[in-house]
Design a protein around this ligand. Structure first.
Ligand code: FAD
Length: 373
């Protein structure tokens, strides 16, 4: 397997649990890699319950049962995850590093500091070429799974074969301590663009704001801009506590094929969706959770379960398309608008977040539209 991000770690662990001899090659020397995904959704919590991972995640996560859409001091509507009739009626929030830590241990060996440089077919076997502290190596494998994120996509697809759509939108992001530990997710839709605020464990919050001046990417300039956005939104306390702010951009990728023979692609290597919507990691975790039993059956039988794999691929590509469409809608909804368009946006949101359509929003944001939910 290529990559020990959340998706590779989960798949490795699930295969190991089923007795499949698995090795993960990871180019980074140490775990970690910055704060990214913070929300784990209900279908993932349900899929990981049997393996005990859900209990580990929930031990430290905040359970977000409710979200609010606001504009200035006005409440436009609520998204009530707690009213969904599902096993886990909330979004569990915790830093991605904590999710990865919960997925680590009881799994296969992770060979860190080893970058995979190529994957090739050799008769009915695969060969994985890698470079690490012990030099160049070639490892034979029956099945290769690429879980490399976008960084290693070219291991599985020819250059230019995958359509990458880059959005012009840029965002500022920071995790910071706050004075009031409120477990409500808040999305502020202001004329100057969206400001999202999500609870994190330990009286902290994640802030994400549309960035009006992304060209000035000096660390101090970003921090000043995010402080100004927070202060303008009445979050003066959080603004004063910020010590740094990062920036990110948004891309959309959904491949048409996730498997060719004994090469399978999962997670961000196969699909990237805008973080404005928070479903990217969850999509990949569901790829892994649903693929593991099929790969285990393949290894046991010595032949691929073709029909089940084809169904898996169709479901996962369809789920990625749905999540990407939802994320694109969120991205568009959070752009700066003039006064009349902003008023129309507020009115539309008030209408759709009211019952009964409000429950459809909660269902969609909780990943209820995923084919494996
Ligand atoms: C700012 C931001 C916020 C986000 N927030 C959310 C959120 O709230 N909810 C959500 O669901 N998603 C979110 N996401 C998306 C989420 O972070 C990704 O979808 C998730 O990390 C993908 O996991 P992965 O394991 O597929 O890939 P990655 O996390 O990218 O891991 C891939 C691993 O493969 C390794 N690798 C790459 N190439 C090679 C190679 N050639 N050889 C060996 N190893 C290799 C990398 O070092 C890495 O460790 C966010 C993303 C960003 C940028």
């Amino acid at each position: 397997m290529v990559g020990a991000g959340p998706v590779g770690l989960l798949l490795g662990r699930e295969l190991h649990r089923r007795g499949v001899d698995t090795e993960i090659l990871e180019r980074r020397g140490d775990p970690g890699g910055g704060s990214r995904a913070i929300g784990v959704h209900a279908p993932v919590l349900a899929a990981l319950e049997a393996s005990g991972i859900t209990e580990r995640l929930l031990a430290s996560a905040v359970r977000v049962r409710r979200g609010e859409a606001r504009s200035g001091s006005r409440l436009l509507g609520s998204v009530r995850f707690d009213r969904l009739r599902i096993r886990f009626p909330f979004v569990a929030t915790l830093p991605q590093s904590a999710t990865e830590a919960a997925l680590t241990g009881d799994g296969p060996i992770v060979r860190r500091g080893t970058a995979v440089t190529g994957v090739r077919r050799d008769g009915d076997r695969m060969r994985v070429l890698s470079r690490g502290a012990d030099g160049e190596r070639e490892t034979p494998a029956r099945i290769v799974v690429v879980a490399s994120g976008s960084a290693g996509r070219e291991l599985a697809y020819r250059p230019g074969a995958v359509r990458v759509r880059s959005y012009a939108d840029r965002y500022l992001m920071a995790d910071t301590a706050v004075a009031v530990d409120d477990p409500t997710a808040i999305v502020r839709l202001e004329r100057g663009g969206v400001l999202e605020s999500f609870p994190l464990p330990g009286a902290r919050r994640r802030y994400v704001a549309w960035d009006a001046h992304p060209d000035d990417d000096r660390t101090g300039a970003r921090l000043d801009r995010l402080r100004r956005v927070l202060s303008g939104a009445g979050e003066g306390d959080a603004a004063s506590r910020l010590v740094s702010a990062s920036g990110f951009r948004v891309r959309r990728v959904v491949v048409a094929r996730m498997r060719r023979g004994a090469l399978v692609v999962v997670g961000d290597a196969a699909h990237e969706v805008s973080p404005i919507g928070g479903q990217g990691m969850n999509l990949g975790l569901l790829d892994a959770a649903t693929l593991a039993p099929l790969l285990a059956a393949w290894v046991r039988a010595g032949a691929p379960p073709e029909q089940a794999l084809a169904r898996w691929e169709r479901r996962r590509v369809a789920s990625a398309r749905t999540a990407a469409a939802l994320a694109s809608m969120n991205t568009a909804l959070g752009r700066p608008l003039g006064p009349r368009a902003d008023a129309a946006r507020r009115a539309a949101l008030r209408a759709v977040l009211a019952p009964p359509t409000g429950m459809l929003f909660a269902h969609a944001y909780a990943m209820g539209l995923d084919r494996d939910a």
